[in-house]
Write a protein of this length. Sequence first.
Length: 165
Amino acid sequence: MRLSAAMQKSLNEQVGKEFNAWYLYLAMSAWFGERNFEGFAKWMRIQAGEEQGHAFRIYDYILDRDATLQLAAVDKPKPIWKTPLEVFDAAAKHEAAVSAGIKALYEQAGKEKDYPTQVMLQWFLTEQVEEERTSTAIVERLRLVGDSPAGLLFLDRELGERTRE
């Protein structure tokens, strides 16, 4: 069963969004690295790798469904953050937007009765719950820490303990 033209277009757009997320998280990692927050930088770099993995998961699915993959240009991120809180707040907002996009894809697949795509997207729905919870928790902790150098260094060290899954 081939993908409909509309679903193919939507999934290709999502691949682009996932690669844009990869690039955004790389920019965030670099921003932290430039400021010697090595733990935050590592966390963001691992997150970038996850986003790249998400892109390839959909990429492979498109090809598995005998559809055409159309890669778009990756947007250049604008690193305009001033604080670690601003960076993670932007990441949390980004994850919420990604979740909304995945939900829209799931609804589209349902309307088209494209059950295989709904099954594939179920993994993403579950993943986005974790992504939003994690990024929101970090934002809340950064709000508690405020401008405390000791608190920022503690969180930087803690987030630097993240390993690839």
